[in-house]
Design a protein around this ligand. Structure first.
Ligand code: ADP
Length: 534
């Protein structure tokens, strides 16, 4: 905006009373209108220089008032003092109307009245009514006589001027009340902003930092010991969830948020000193303008250091306990199988040993699931790929699931080609089929049906395990693959499980570059589909 434009805007705001009243400007306006009134009156009378004695005195008063308006340092005087100027203007108007022909534009009283209302609120409006009555209406009425026209003017001028003054005063009251509410809300927001135990950052649409709270300043000192330039994406001591891989620019949460991305719970570490570094969970939301266009982003940084450390301790503990349990379990399993091979055992002992064998297998699987889950946090799962006949893997798993299915009176149908070779980790894929199949059997009803399909489509290998069992609520579908998550239906029916199978299934499938889909309806059944690229 140019200099002239700025000045014009300033002048407009003063004239329209949006800014604090400026005595010089308002008095200037009044003086101009006053002179215009006298000039037009004199011109109309045919004698341009003769405006009568009292109006001339009024003109002199206006001139003096104008000089006072610009010469006196009003800001240093008590606030009420400046109110003298509009009062003098009213007196000048009173004088201008003391003219035998009954002239004087009484309408001009609106200017000082608005000024008083704007500057002093309701009190100013009262002063405007009193001022117009005493300084303008009464004198001219006395001077010009009690004729109908004069009386009407003497009443109407104070009423109209007072109405204008009250109108502007109450509009101002409303604006002030609104501003008070805004200021109060703002103080509350600022207090909340600085009190919450979460680091908060606001970015504008260009990715520049618009603000951050005190909590986040602590995190910034750890991440940027040498200072920060205030733009999203600056590299610093910011590491990924493993705590050791430095983030590149396009991985930085602020950079991603500044591109309009929304995310939740991205784990990062800031700082490199093991004693002071913090683990943070970062979430981002877009901020949009009224038209829905991207206007910036808000990011929240939650300190999860204790949680991450506790997780690590827990995982180390689980890993070492499971490791220790494996050896005795292997030996129990081995000896039970040796015993079962003997043919001199009474049948009831064989039946009991079979129970022992079954539970040992279950325990072994649970222990290896726990071990796997604890280790899996250290990075993506490693798979050893080799040419594998997946159809044989599937048939092997179906056979292994046979006894459990028979006990639950569930039938398993298989729909698979004779062979289907894929480049996969055979043992891990068997674990996937085992998990899906054992779930399908576990979460089926008596006399339920499970169907396993194996085939290919344009995208690669497709394995589907479908049941007509208890089904899964739509609200639970996203959390199925979270560790230790179990649906309410599973818990209520006391079906055995710990909630690890699906999380392991997904990491195995993803380690192969594939994905798992779920289609399910509560009370109708579920289908889990594994897709692997070929
Ligand atoms: P687990 O079966 O040991 O509880 P999973 O990770 O295999 O653990 O499964 C997680 C949860 O998902 C289960 O507890 C169950 O609530 C639900 N679920 C899995 N498969 C099915 C299925 N086929 N039908 C219904 N619910 C299932």
């Amino acid at each position: 905006m140019g200099h002239l434009e700025r000045r014009l805007l300033g002048l407009r705001q003063r004239l329209l009373f949006t800014d604090e009243p400026d005595p010089g400007v308002l008095q200037g306006v009044f003086a101009l209108l006053y002179v215009l009134d006298l000039t037009l009156r004199a011109a109309g009378n045919g004698s341009p220089l003769d405006v009568g004695m009292w109006p001339t005195v009024g003109l002199a008063l206006t001139a003096i008032t104008s000089v006072l308006a610009v010469a006196v340092p009003w800001e240093r005087l008590p606030p009420w003092a400046v109110g003298l100027l509009p009062m003098l203007d009213l007196a000048a108007l009173g004088l201008s109307r003391m003219d035998e022909q009954g002239g004087g534009a009484g309408i001009l009283a609106v200017v000082p009245a608005l000024w008083l209302g704007r500057q002093f609120g309701r009190r100013g409006a009262v002063a405007a009514v009193l001022g117009t009555t005493l300084l303008l209406a009464l004198p001219s009425l006395v001077f010009l006589g009690f004729t109908g026209v004069n009386l009407s003017r003497a009443v109407l001028i104070p009423v109209v001027a007072g109405w204008a003054a009250f109108a502007i005063a109450s509009a101002l009251d409303q604006v002030r009340a609104g501003m008070d509410v805004i200021a109060h809300q703002r103080r509350i927001s600022e207090a909340i902003f600085d009190t919450v135990d979460v680091g908060l950052v606001l970015l504008d649409r260009t990715g520049a930092y618009e603000g951050m709270n005190k909590r986040h300043e602590d995190f910034m000192r750890l991440a940027y010991p040498a200072g920060h330039a205030g733009t999203a994406g600056q590299l610093g001591l910011v590491y990924g969830g493993d705590g050791s891989t430095l983030f590149a620019r396009d991985e930085m949460p602020t950079y991603r948020a500044s591109r309009g991305e929304e995310f939740a719970d991205i784990r990062i570490w800031v700082g490199n000193d093991p004693l002071t570094r913090r683990a943070l969970s970062v979430s981002a939301r877009r901020v949009e303008d009224e038209r829905g266009a991207f206007a910036g982003a808000a990011l929240a940084y939650k300190d999860v250091t204790d949680f991450m450390r506790a997780l690590r301790v827990k995982d180390e503990f689980v890993a070492s306990v499971s490791h220790e349990l494996r050896t005795p379990l292997t030996s129990i399993n081995g000896y039970v199988n040796i015993l079962l091979e003997r043919d001199d055992l009474p049948t009831d002992v064989v039946a009991q040993l079979e129970v022992v064998a079954r539970n040992t297998v279950r325990l072994t699987r649970l222990v290896s699931d726990l071990l796997h889950t604890a280790q899996n946090d250290e990075g993506p799962m490693r798979v050893v790929r080799e040419h594998t006949d997946l159809a044989a893997v599937v048939r092997g798993c179906v056979e292994a699931a046979g006894p459990a299915a028979r006990r639950a009176q569930v039938t398993i149908a298989v729909d698979a080609p004779d062979t289907l070779t894929a480049n996969v980790d055979a043992e891990r894929m068997a674990q996937v089929v085992d998990n899906l199949l054992s779930n399908a059997v576990k979460y089926s009803r008596r006399e339920g049906h499970v169907r396993v399909r194996l085939g290919t489509d344009a995208g690669g290998v497709v394995l589907s395990v479908a049941d007509d069992g208890i089904g899964i609520d739509a609200a639970d579908r996203d959390r199925l693959f979270t560790r230790f998550f179990r649906t309410r239906e599973a818990e209520e029916r006391a079906i055995q499980g710990v909630g690890l199978g699906l999380s392991i299934t997904r990491s195995i499938v993803e380690a192969h570059g594939g994905r798992v889909e779920v289609h399910s309806q509560l009370g109708v059944g579920s289908e889990f589909v594994v897709r692997l690229p070929q």
